[in-house]
Design a protein around this ligand. Structure first.
Ligand SMILES: [Fe+2]
Ligand SMILES: [Fe+2]
Length: 295
């Protein structure tokens, strides 16, 4: 039950700072990465600004933030959905900003070394040189669900329940120089309890699975309302079974809206469009959309 003494989250504004595509003629740049600006507004007129992931490169993040007239000094928190470089590559550039005082929120496993062998052997997570730059007083690591502002939740670890959302092939973590299988244990989502408008669930890559993420969100904030899903659904390269089962699983959860981007993939967006039609709105760099509490 919501604490009646707390102000209620009244409005959530989402601005797409970086995703894999941009609209024709936009002054913004795009890359394979994700960064979203989340402006939260409460009934007591307070506001907080959260950067959800930082894209793949500092130069691109800085260019897009400047073009949109957003200063890192205005951020209250940077949430990292997981450690992959396409979400954390811009972190150093915002940490560099001299007036920045934001908190960094992530899963404790985010600092492990992630390695892929899919195309060639390469590291896909930042090294300790990046993590060590975050002052310990500004770092919050969470394994369990936690409310970081009224109505604003971090999912904690996402249980893997569905049989079709399996760990990806060719992904490893490096421990004492040895490659060990890795299933993205640091993958987390943010959940926004915006009352009767339904929970808004924002994901980075959904490595835990889009259906698993929504199933878990329901256990953290059970508003009884239809959820909205925003973010990367990582269905690029998914086989037919995974794709069909995901679309069916999402259909059973009856989302009010699906806004995919980043690593969702064109084939998956085509399948989502076919099944969800007017509830499906893929996003591009520079897009803005708002969720309001319905009174
Ligand atoms: Fe990604
Ligand atoms: Fe990822």
């Amino acid at each position: 039950m919501p604490d009646s003494n707390l102000p209620q989250l009244e409005q959530l504004d989402v601005t797409v700072i970086i995703t894999n595509r941009t609209r024709h003629g936009s002054p913004l740049w795009s890359e394979h990465g994700l960064a979203l600006l989340l402006d939260c507004h409460w009934t007591d007129r307070r506001s907080r600004r959260i950067l959800f992931d930082t894209g793949a490169s500092g130069d691109l993040l800085q260019h897009n933030l400047e073009t949109l007239q957003v200063s890192p000094g205005d951020l209250d928190a940077v949430f990292l959905s997981h450690g992959h470089l396409d979400h954390t590559g811009g972190l150093s550039s915002v940490l560099d900003y001299h007036e920045a005082e934001f908190m960094v929120v992530a899963h404790p496993e985010i600092t492990r070394e992630a390695v892929t062998t899919r195309d060639s052997l390469q590291r896909i997570s930042p090294g300790h040189e990046t993590w060590d730059r975050i002052p310990s007083s500004r770092l919050i690591l969470l394994r369990e669900p936690a409310q970081i502002f009224p109505g604003v939740w971090v999912s904690g670890s996402i249980p893997r329940k569905t049989p079709f959302e399996k760990p990806r092939e060719g992904q490893f973590t490096l421990e004492d120089g040895c490659l060990l299988p890795d299933n993205d244990p640091d993958d987390m989502a943010m959940l926004f309890d915006i009352g009767p408008a339904g929970p808004v669930v924002i994901t980075g890559c959904s490595h835990a699975g889009a259906v698993n993420t929504l199933l878990h969100a329901r256990t953290v904030i059970d508003t009884g309302q239809r959820p909205t899903l925003v973010g990367g659904l990582h269905l690029i390269g998914a086989d037919e079974n995974r794709l069909e089962s995901t679309v069916q699983g999402l259909h059973e959860l009856n989302p009010a809206q699906i806004r995919p981007g980043h690593c969702t993939g064109e084939t998956a967006e085509g399948a989502l469009e076919e099944r969800f039609a007017d509830r499906h709105h893929p996003f591009s760099t520079g897009d803005r959309f708002t969720y309001h509490r319905i009174r």
